[in-house]
Design a binder for this molecule. Structure first.
Ligand SMILES: Cc1cc2nc3c(=O)[nH]c(=O)nc-3n(C[C@H](O)[C@H](O)[C@H](O)COP(=O)(O)O)c2cc1C
Length: 381
């Protein structure tokens, strides 16, 4: 169910298969992005950007900013990373209090500074610690089910406790109810070389609700192509267990996602970069009106501005999305250049107005693939 619908104990098991979800992307899939992806593409599940469990100790606004979401995004999974079991346990209590549908542990990030601390994909080399993190997170969920609350998280600053209590009070009652929030893992197929046969059984042993597997090693980072044979092998290892297996890597369309699921016996697929500037990647039918993506871009920019923090430069994070939206539109290179330098949503609106005005003046509406279909500047909104 979506929207304000109620998920049972393990929402993963209730999702229709195959599951085609939005992969977490730091600096991309923030609150506004997920809202837009969900509204226009309706991915079956979305994740937050990854958040360090160590942020619990920092005590500033940065802890909660990436955990903002709205009801339209459900099921929404909070993703965290780190290497200290006690912090995962505390973080789990916080995430349950915030009403998330699931908690995901990142064991796939290849960033050097994260891997060197033994977090992200660095955990592939320390499988016992990886298991302990899953179990610690589950202990946190159980403690919360048994009545633990945000006031009892020793690391959390009092003003953040107050903020969490406020957020929780606004959740629909079903999501305030204490329930067994499922714990999942997202990882890669290996460290230096594919090692699915060695690595994946460690994870399956602690029975995560879902395992999302990016078909590259840590050392590959984003180079080469995702190895779907290795993902298929992991699906074989997971068969018969209660863990859902989701493949990930280089999927660029909904039909390709369905094809991967069928070919490799998967429960689902996560799409990451293929969704950039195109939420319709989650549907079989692409919109006939290619300018529609520019309307979505403006809505995204307005939401980004309305829901982001107010620090100067905050709009910078929106610019890459604008570039991505514009790349789908024919003959829009000048518009694209202007959009990626914009600083406010009002500026984006003005640029799009000017673009449509110009197209109406200079391009006949009946040219195949060109023109704006005879719309006036006001119509395009
Ligand atoms: C900019 C960017 C940020 C990412 N951030 C995260 C993250 O926060 N957590 C995570 O598990 N994976 C992260 N990933 C990896 C993606 O979730 C996904 O595994 C990867 O991009 C491969 O899938 P794709 O080919 O569909 O993009 C990130 C990828 C990119 C490109």
């Amino acid at each position: 169910m979506t929207g304000s619908g109620v998920h049972g104990a393990n929402f993963w098991q209730q999702l229709p298969r195959p599951i085609v979800g939005l992969a977490p992307m730091d600096g991309v899939t923030d609150h506004a992005c997920r809202h837009i992806q969900k509204k226009y593409g309706c991915p079956a599940v979305v994740y937050t950007e990854f958040v360090a469990v160590e942020r619990l100790r920092v005590g500033d606004w940065s802890l909660l900013k990436d955990f903002r979401y709205d009801e339209s995004q459900r099921p929404v999974v909070a993703q965290v990373y780190g290497h200290t079991p006690a912090l995962f346990e505390q973080m789990a209590i916080l995430l349950c209090e915030l009403g998330f549908d699931g908690i995901d542990l990142n064991m796939g990030c290849p960033a050097t500074q994260i891997v060197h601390r033994g977090s992200g994909a660095g955990l592939i080399r320390t499988p016992l610690l990886a298991q302990e993190l899953v179990r610690a997170t589950r202990r946190g969920v159980e403690a919360w089910q048994n009545g633990a609350n945000v006031q009892e998280i020793p690391e959390l600053a009092p003003h953040l406790v107050e903020q969490v209590v406020g957020w929780r009070a606004q959740l629909p009652p079903a999501f305030q109810r204490r329930r067994p929030v499922p714990v999942s893992v997202k990882t890669r197929i290996g460290y230096a070389v594919p090692q699915v046969r060695e690595w994946i059984p460690w994870l399956l042993e602690c029975e995560p609700a879902a395992l999302a597997l990016h078909g590259r090693t840590l050392q590959q980072r984003y180079s080469g192509s995702a190895d779907w044979e290795q993902i298929g092998l992991a699906a074989e290892l997971a068969r018969g267990s209660d863990t859902l297996l989701l493949g990930n890597g280089d999927v660029g369309s909904y039909s390709a996602a369905l094809q991967r699921c069928a070919a490799y016996g998967l429960d689902g697929v996560l799409i990451g970069r293929g969704s950039n500037g195109n939420p319709f990647v989650f549907s079989l039918e692409q919109p006939q009106d290619r300018y529609r993506l520019l309307r979505v871009a403006l809505e995204h920019a307005q939401l980004h501005e309305a829901t982001g923090d107010r620090r100067p430069g905050r709009f910078l994070a929106m610019r890459k999305h604008l570039g991505w939206y514009a790349r789908w539109v024919p003959a829009a290179s000048a518009l694209r250049r202007a959009l990626v330098e914009s600083t406010t949503a009002a500026e984006v609106a003005a640029l799009l107005d000017a673009y449509f005005l110009q197209r109406r003046t200079w391009e006949p509406a009946n040219v195949a693939g060109g023109g704006n279909g005879g719309k006036t500047v006001i119509d395009w909104m």
